[in-house]
Design a binder for this molecule. Structure first.
Ligand code: NOJ
Length: 496
């Protein structure tokens, strides 16, 4: 009995002290910014409020509801269009001083074109930005987070090169209106997600499913549009507004099937990340050589008159290269890249020559594509640094999906593991300056509707008032932001 009691006391009192001593002090660097994010279509709702025009996601969810897991849409979403003050109060209370959100294109250009501008639409973002600033929260504006006027989609969307000018018109208005108050801009969020998912596949609007064809055309236009907006900012706004502008790219980490295979992970990195990053961040610009070679070869064998991967002129290569003040990285998960042997005269598997799989031992999340692999985060930060140099990296998204539990310990574990790897990478010399958690509140998770939740704050989508409730991870973040230290998960695993 006495022995059991002393063991109990030892565990209760000595345990935490021992643990605290064994755990390193994971503090965040002084000038390091920590924020949270959302995106217009995923949170705003108010889909036809104050004259907003129809966008591609309104059309897609209304006309093809079976494309969304729970047949839902963003008509009301979190109702942030009306409840933005509450969102800002939540950000402030948790202690974030950085908020990344996006602008709804069709709320500002209801007809899709710049000849008609919605004053109310613009006012909404002024109000949001003012509310943030007066609460000491720095706004970070994503100009385009996947929603564009439906009329532009009818005209071919991102596969039509005219989108480049439409996007420039929209960006100009965003800089003119909000640039005096906003110092952080991202042009376009995760191009490969909507190019491959939407034009190449069926997961995202417009679900064209033109695999290995339209997605390359989409990316070609996206890169041109991004570069044009960057140059415009440089020439017309930078001297007076003095902000930072970049692009947000989703890059996974690829492991080899065995430790000896370093070649396939490298090829996978080029197809996954380099497709978007190489033209902008590499010294030479243009698409990665391996993509050029393999897609050109495949196109020839398949009898295409020219490569399915479009070509940039040398002038365009120069125009696109170097168009970013930071590398915006969205990172959630990792894969294993497995090479597929190419028989002589036959095509490269999937234009790539590898397929991707996962380690069954990796912990899962509610999203089938998201496995928990913290070491992959450190690896991708080091890989990007090695490949593109020391330009600041802003982690613009990172987060974990479950089904909405308030006791979201798995989310805390995820954040702890990933943030720790990031701090190690910073120690290793990676120039990471910003970290933004996805997401501040549960929201419309595209094809997964409201089934999969990424928020650190729960939203009740059955409640007309869209009640917000803190999850345990919000409490964890609150403590982290106060101490500016990574706090051990075990303090949160009990019911405290
Ligand atoms: C990346 C996208 O930018 C965001 O909109 C999405 O909700 C998260 N990934 C999670 O899937």
């Amino acid at each position: 009995m006495r022995f059991t009691l002393s063991l109990f006391l030892l565990r209760m009192f000595i345990g935490p002290i021992l643990r605290a001593h064994c755990e390193q002090d994971w503090s965040f660097p002084k000038d390091f910014r920590i924020g949270a994010a959302s995106a217009a279509y995923q949170v705003e709702g108010g889909w036809n409020a104050s004259g907003k025009g129809e966008n591609n996601w309104d059309w897609f969810t209304h006309n093809k509801p079976w494309s969304i897991a729970d047949q839902s849409n963003g008509d009301v979403a979190c109702d942030s269009f009306h409840k933005y003050k509450e969102d800002v109060a939540i950000l402030k209370d948790i202690g974030f001083n950085f908020y990344r959100f996006s602008i709804s294109w069709s709320r500002i250009f209801p007809t899709g074109f710049s000849n008609k501008i919605s004053k109310e639409g613009i006012q909404y973002y002024h109000d949001l930005i003012d509310e943030l600033r007066s609460n000491g929260i720095e706004p970070f504006v994503t100009i385009y987070h996947w929603d564009h006027p439906q009329i532009l989609e009818q005209m071919g969307g991102w596969v039509n090169e005219l989108m480049v000018d439409s996007f420039t018109d929209f960006s100009r208005l965003v800089f003119q209106e909000f640039g005096p108050k906003v110092k952080y801009f991202a042009t376009i969020n995760e191009p490969s997600s909507f190019c491959s998912g939407g034009y190449g596949g069926t997961l995202k609007a417009p679900a064209w499913n033109l695999t290995l064809n339209a997605e390359y055309m989409c990316m070609h236009n996206v890169l041109k549009a991004h570069a044009k907006a960057y140059h415009m900012y440089d020439q017309e706004f930078r001297s007076t507004q003095n902000g930072k502008i970049g692009i947000v790219l989703p890059c996974q980490y690829y492991f080899g099937q065995d430790n000896n295979d370093t070649v396939t992970p490298d090829i996978a990195f080029q197809y996954d990340c380099g497709w978007m990053a190489h033209p902008i961040f590499s010294k030479v610009g243009d698409y990665p050589k391996i993509m050029r070679k393999r897609i050109d070869e495949n196109s020839r064998i398949q009898g295409w008159p020219r490569s399915r991967l479009p070509t940039f002129t040398q002038k365009e290569v120069e125009y696109i290269r170097g168009t970013a003040d930071y590398f915006g990285l969205n990172h959630y998960t990792s894969y294993i890249a497995v090479p597929v042997k190419r028989e002589t005269g036959k095509v490269w598997e999937n234009d790539r020559g590898y397929y991707q799989t996962v380690d069954p031992k990796w912990p899962v999340s509610a999203s089938s594509w998201l496995k928990v692999v913290p070491e992959g985060f450190g690896n991708i930060l080091r890989r990007i640094t090695k490949e593109y140099g020391k330009l600041p990296i802003y982690v613009t998204e990172n987060g974990y999906a479950d089904h909405g539990s308030l006791n979201d310990i798995e989310r805390i574990k995820y954040y702890y593991g990933y943030l720790k790897e990031m701090l190690v990478a910073i120690n290793d010399g990676c120039n990471v300056k910003v970290y933004i958690a996805w997401s501040i509140i549960d929201n419309f998770e595209w094809q997964d509707g409201y089934k999969n939740r990424f928020g650190i704050v729960h939203v009740d989508f059955n409640d007309p008032g869209r009640k917000r409730t803190y999850k345990k991870s919000a409490k964890w973040y609150k403590d982290l932001l106060k101490s500016r230290k990574l706090l051990p998960v075990h303090n949160y695993t009990n019911n405290n």
